[in-house]
Every structure is written in structure tokens, then in C-alpha cells.
Write a protein that binds this ligand. Structure first.
Ligand SMILES: Nc1ccn([C@@H]2O[C@H](COP(=O)(O)OP(=O)(O)OP(=O)(O)O)[C@@H](O)[C@H]2O)c(=O)n1
Length: 410
């Protein structure tokens, strides 16, 4: 039996990137042999085994990789006579189809190293089309490696387009789509993910609510030269700069303006009430992809409240308190910082405003701390009940008012 390191670990090492998970492929062994050696099988029909000491994944070389409806991974066939080349040929991209033997030798029958140097994402063989998720994976790798200047090979882009046109993407299970989207949102350049998906037509299929923002003009006084889709790309990239690797902030950044595709079009669009219009498409997207509750909730908050945060200085003191109550900040204080981050990304995601200050972020946090400083302990004479709640609210509004006047005087 021979063991090879494969996939992302070899690729990232060659790119000089920090090591992630290591996956191995095992050639010339049967499941029984691995079990005798103490490996533990993961899943019943799945020829992947965990190493007895390291817990790392060892997969038997496979002849087929397919994703089916209702299945979140591969349906695979492994047989002892499958060669390493057979296995590599059925992988997605040449840069992911390089194997490394235990003595360090690289086995690279599909020229993955050449493509790594040329910064090209190229499919290995027609077997690419066996798994439609690979269209999304291509876009995700574009986001992950954006700083390195990767492009998608023309023949791969053509194949991706054909896969989209044949309707195969519709069969993808939502969990797999969300997994790729959340990985893209955790990368430094979500914009590259969106661009690649648009280029092959997959954005319309996977994220139609986001696709609808392209071609929708922004308010002329902000930046007439770009549309709302491009604005969202900039906001997502800014969110990744402000909160690197945080897909919670990323998802809210991606979806906070969905309503702009639904507000009436006119010469100078003002997108009146887009914060309300945005909720139904956001909920549809979140339900379809089974987006985690926390992500959906923050996205709804950002959609509803972003305009309020932008004009925080215009809000009445009691309206500021109501905002904190609506976002449930007294139970979940981290939401204040999260909402402020999305709003800052929104503001700085406007052409020419990348370096501008966003004082609302610190102000929102400051006013929340002041309001949070008022507690039931300040009213020892009032018994728990509605009267106590009312007293706390009034005192919080006064505390907010005082904090605002003292800072405006300063
Ligand atoms: N749909 C897929 C998923 C995975 N793979 C293969 O399985 C390897 C491991 O997949 P995964 O862990 O999902 O991705 P990585 O390439 O390791 O990338 P990352 O570092 O982002 O995890 C890939 O390199 C690729 O060879 C594939 O061919 N097709």
C-alpha cells in the first residue's frame, strides 16, 4: 500500500501559504486492510478512514465522484486496483490534483505545478462535470486566491457555463451551496466570488436575489458610476477588511441592500423603503440555503437598521433606545458591534470613500454602553414588574440624552 498527500495541503505548500487540513490518498489497499491497521472508517459507504494516531483523513483512491440529490458529499467507489492517476484525474482542478509521496516526490500528471505558477484554475478532465458544486468551488478559489492573481482557464469557464445551462446546479443540496458561500465570505475578496459566478451565469441560479442587484443604479449623489451589484461587491470586500474571516458580518454585508432591486425605478433612484423591501428576498434566500439562524438574524437587523445607524445623529434619544431594544442588544450586546461593522463597511464600500471615517460606529457603541449602565439595581425601591421596566427605560433615555449633550458641548 502507498500513501500520498493530496489536494489543498500540497497546493498551499507550493504557494507558500500556511498549512491547513492534510488529506491523504491510499493506493493498493482494501478497507479491510486499513481496518486491521487500526484506521477508523468515517461513514458507512464512505471509503475515508481516520489515521489511528493523527486522526487525519485517508481516502482510498476512487474511480468516481458524484454528488446526488439529498447527499451532502460524494458518492464514491473505491477499489484496490484504482491507480493514483485514476484518482487524480477525477479531481476538480489541476492545482488540486498534485500528489506528494512520503519521500517528498511530487506526482503531477496533469501539470498542476505549471498551472500554479501560471495562476490558472483549470479543470483536470471531463469528470469535473460530475459534481456541479465545482462551479461554486471555482468561484470560491478565485476569492481565496484573488491577491495572487488567478484566472479561470477559458475551457474551464466554458465547461462551467455548460454545466449552469444544463440546469445541474439546481440539484445541489442547500448545505453544500451555503458551505461554499460562507467560505467565500470568509475570504478576503468576496467580490471575486461574485464576479466568477456572474461570468458563468451561476449567480442567477445560486443567488438570484443578489444577481438582481446588478444593473440597479445607486443613488446618483453616492456614486453614479457604479450599480448596486458593484456596490455590494465593494461592501463585502470592505467587510472582509474590517472583520477578516467573519462570515456573519460578510453575509449581512452581502444581503443588506437586497431591497434596492425591488424599489420603483426612476431617474434618480432614492430606493425609498429598501430596508423593508429587502426582508422578503433575504428570508427567501436564507430559507432556501438553510442559512444558520444567527447569520439570518444579523442580516435582517442590518437590512432593517442600516439607514438608522447612518443617520444616528438625527435620531431622537428614545428612538436610539428602541433601536437597541429591536436588535435585542441588552441580551446580545455583541450585536451592536456587529451592526456597526456592517454599516461602516456599507459606508466605506462607496467609491472614493474607502478611507473615510465612520464616527457612527463608535457613537453607537458609546450610547449603548451608557444605556446598558442603567440596571434594575438603580431602583431598589421598585418591585420587579412593568413599573420597574418603565423606570429603567426612562432612565436609559435620559442617560443617552445626557451623553449626547455632554459630547456635543465638548
Ligand atoms: N467537489 C470536490 C471537492 C473536493 N475535491 C478534491 O478534494 C480535495 C480536498 O477538498 P477540500 O478539502 O474541500 O478542499 P481543499 O482543496 O483542501 O481546499 P481548502 O483548503 O479550501 O479546504 C480537493 O483539493 C480536490 O482535489 C474535488 O475534486 N471535488
Amino acid at each position: 500500500m502507498q500513501v500520498y498527500l493530496v489536494g489543498g495541503a500540497v497546493r498551499d505548500a507550493l504557494l507558500g501559504l500556511p498549512p491547513g487540513d492534510r488529506d491523504f490518498v491510499v493506493v493498493g489497499a482494501t478497507p479491510e486492510q486499513l481496518l486491521t491497521l487500526g484506521y477508523r472508517q468515517v461513514g458507512r459507504d464512505f471509503p475515508v478512514f481516520l489515521h489511528p494516531q493523527t486522526g487525519e483523513e485517508y481516502a482510498l483512491a476512487r474511480t468516481e465522484r458524484k454528488s446526488g440529490r439529498g447527499y451532502t458529499g460524494f458518492v464514491v467507489h473505491a477499489a484496490p486496483d484504482v491507480t493514483l492517476e485514476d484518482d487524480l484525474r477525477r479531481r476538480d482542478f489541476t492545482i488540486n490534483a498534485i500528489a506528494q509521496a512520503e519521500d517528498g516526490t511530487l506526482i503531477d500528471p496533469y501539470n498542476g505545478v505549471r498551472d500554479l505558477h501560471a495562476r490558472v484554475l483549470r479543470h483536470v478532465s471531463d469528470a469535473f462535470a460530475e459534481d456541479p458544486l465545482r462551479v461554486l468551488r471555482a468561484a470560491r478559489f478565485m476569492a481565496r486566491f484573488a491577491a495572487l492573481g488567478f484566472t479561470i482557464a477559458p475551457e474551464t469557464l466554458a465547461l462551467m457555463r455548460a454545466m449552469v445551462d444544463s440546469g445541474e446546479l439546481e440539484a445541489l443540496v442547500p448545505e453544500r451551496v451555503w458551505q461554499e458561500l460562507s467560505r467565500a465570505l470568509r475570504s478576503a475578496r468576496t467580490s471575486a466570488f461574485l464576479c466568477a459566478l456572474r461570468e458563468c451565469g451561476a449567480l442567477k441560479v445560486a443567488l438570484p436575489e443578489v444577481d438582481a442587484l446588478y444593473g440597479v443604479p445607486q443613488r446618483a449623489e453616492y456614486h453614479p458610476e457604479i450599480d448596486t451589484g458593484r456596490h455590494i461587491e465593494l461592501v463585502c470586500d470592505m467587510a472582509a477588511t474590517l472583520a477578516p474571516g467573519d462570515d456573519l458580518i460578510g453575509f449581512a454585508a452581502l444581503t443588506h441592500d437586497l431591497g434596492k432591486a425591488l424599489t420603483p425605478a426612476d431617474e434618480l433612484p432614492k430606493h425609498v423603503m429598501h430596508e423593508q423591501h429587502g426582508i422578503p428576498p433575504l428570508q427567501a434566500l436564507a430559507a432556501r440555503l438553510k442559512v444558520p439562524t444567527e447569520h439570518r438574524q444579523l442580516a435582517e437587523i442590518a437590512c432593517r437598521e442600516h439607514l438608522n445607524v447612518h443617520r444616528l445623529h438625527e435620531l431622537r434619544d428614545d428612538t436610539v433606545l428602541r433601536l437597541f431594544e429591536r436588535i435585542d442588544a441588552f441580551r446580545k450586546p455583541e450585536r451592536v458591534r456587529q451592526l456597526a461593522l456592517v454599516c461602516e463597511a456599507d459606508k466605506r464600500g462607496r467609491a472614493g470613500l474607502e478611507d473615510s471615517a465612520y464616527p457612527q460606529a463608535a457613537e453607537l457603541q458609546r450610547l449603548f454602553e451608557v444605556a446598558r449602565g442603567v440596571t434594575a439595581g438603580d431602583f431598589p425601591d421598585i418591585a420587579p414588574g412593568p413599573a420597574l421596566g418603565e423606570a429603567i427605560r426612562k432612565a436609559r433615555v435620559m442617560a443617552i440624552a445626557k451623553a449626547r449633550t455632554s459630547s456635543s458641548r465638548a
